[in-house]
Design a protein around this ligand. Structure first.
Ligand SMILES: NC(=O)c1ccc[n+]([C@@H]2O[C@H](COP(=O)([O-])OP(=O)(O)OC[C@H]3O[C@@H](n4cnc5c(N)ncnc54)[C@H](O)[C@@H]3O)[C@@H](O)[C@H]2O)c1
Length: 265
């Protein structure tokens, strides 16, 4: 049987592990990044980011011939967009990378193709992808477009890509079904289907939940410091309540997934 071709746009912390995993599952992966040095590094079978086990996956993916990296997309069966979606200086979500990634794939799309947005995105971004494609003379009626956020924990990415449950929000029910079928070829976790807006909101809700709960633990530590109370002992006591589960305080909140605007750390 002919190998399915997947084009992964953005070869960073999400795109490269996804591309390498798929290539190891016998998909033919055309990876794309705008940074030429990233493309050159990957084509040598090497990695430019630190993630346990990723180097082994990339090496075998490249040397098997199933993963090649490029600066331009190519015709494929499935397109995965995993580009950055930072928060701008005025605290607005910046989807300019998603817009340019969408425009870059427009010339390569054919009827029946699947497009999946994995970047953390504001509500309506998946619908925006349809609008951008229409403006670029693409007939979206025969494409299957969906949003599926990534939930992996850096340091555990290769395991969590396979084991985590996923949410898939389709522009149509058929799109959600097709995208679920694709993920089920390599995801052991459950794949839950919904519409694109609910899936987008689900990711934002998950991040907000984490942000609020981390902030709560950190605020507690500041208060405890002021009143000479041992915050660790306090949390241990409070967590003996059957419905309380306070996180451990840390140096702040942020990292790959939760935007900080650079002022709260
Ligand atoms: N890193 C994580 O742990 C994590 C977890 C969950 C969700 N996310 C989300 O996933 C998305 C990607 O995050 P990341 O950490 O992989 O980012 P990243 O910065 O590590 O990688 C993104 C890559 O996309 C490339 N790129 C930018 N514009 C492009 C374009 N138009 N065409 C091709 N390549 C382009 C960049 O050069 C970069 O290499 C973000 O929305 C992020 O919020 C990240």
């Amino acid at each position: 049987m002919q190998k399915k071709k997947v084009c992964v746009i953005g070869l960073g912390y999400i795109g490269l592990p996804t591309a390498a995993l798929l290539a190891n599952r016998n998909y033919l992966v055309h990876g794309v990044d705008v940074q030429k040095d990233v493309v050159d590094t990957i084509n040598k079978g090497k990695v430019h980011i630190v993630e346990p086990a990723l180097d082994t996956f990339v090496r075998s993916a490249v040397f098997s011939g199933n993963l090649t990296a490029h600066t331009k997309p190519a015709k494929s069966d499935i397109f995965i967009i995993a580009v950055p979606t930072p928060v701008s200086a005025n605290t607005e979500p910046d989807i300019s990378y998603v817009i340019s990634a969408t425009k870059s794939i427009a010339p390569y799309l054919e009827d029946g193709n699947i497009i999946i947005l994995e970047s953390t995105s504001p509500i309506g971004t998946t619908e925006d992808i349809c609008k951008i494609l229409k403006k670029n003379n693409v007939n979206v009626d025969n494409l299957h477009i969906a949003y599926s956020p990534e939930r992996v924990l850096p340091g555990q990415t290769m395991r969590e890509l396979v084991e985590n449950d996923r949410v898939v929000g389709g522009i149509t029910e058929i799109a959600a079904k097709k995208v679920k079928e694709f993920y089920k070829t390599f995801v052991k976790g459950d794949v839950l289907t919904t519409n694109s807006r609910t899936a987008e909101m689900s990711k934002l809700t998950e991040n907000s939940f984490r942000d609020v709960n981390i902030a709560f633990a950190n605020e507690l530590s500041i208060i405890c410091d002021k009143f000479q109370i041992d915050v660790w002992e306090l949390i241990k006591m409070a967590n003996r309540h059957p419905r309380v589960n306070i996180l451990r305080p840390g140096s702040g909140v942020g990292g790959h997934c939760i935007a900080t605007m650079g002022k709260n750390l």
